[in-house]
Design a protein around this ligand. Structure first.
Ligand SMILES: [Zn+2]
Length: 105
């Protein structure tokens, strides 16, 4: 026997519905919804550091993020990705120019 958390009456341990107050007990204890592994902020951040913009689906399928947060994160990631590719291509061009001066190409 256990006590109904709603009316404090004694009920069966296996009961999913209290016969005294008709409250459903199946959802008890009120455990907070478990965050799936891919929705953990650390995993999302790590994904962005490794695969960059390809980690965006993780944000969009993340139940812990609101729609507004998803849009903000998406915009930030796209801006950072754009900035990084600009820096990368500039660096590549500089290196190529250097090689041309040296006479390899
Ligand atoms: Zn009850």
């Amino acid at each position: 026997m256990k006590k109904c958390p709603f009316c404090a009456e004694e009920i069966q341990d296996e009961a999913i519905k209290c016969r005294h107050c008709n409250e459903f007990l199946a959802a008890l204890p009120p455990a907070k919804p478990k965050t799936p592994w891919y929705a953990k902020t650390s995993i999302v951040v790590l994904s962005f550091l490794t695969v960059g913009p390809f980690a965006l689906p993780l944000v969009w399928f993340n139940p812990a993020f609101s729609r507004r947060k998803k849009i903000i994160v998406t915009v930030i990631v796209l801006v950072i990705t754009y900035a990084l590719s600009v820096v990368f291509f500039r660096a590549a061009k500089t290196i190529l120019d250097y090689y041309k001066q040296v006479g390899i190409f």
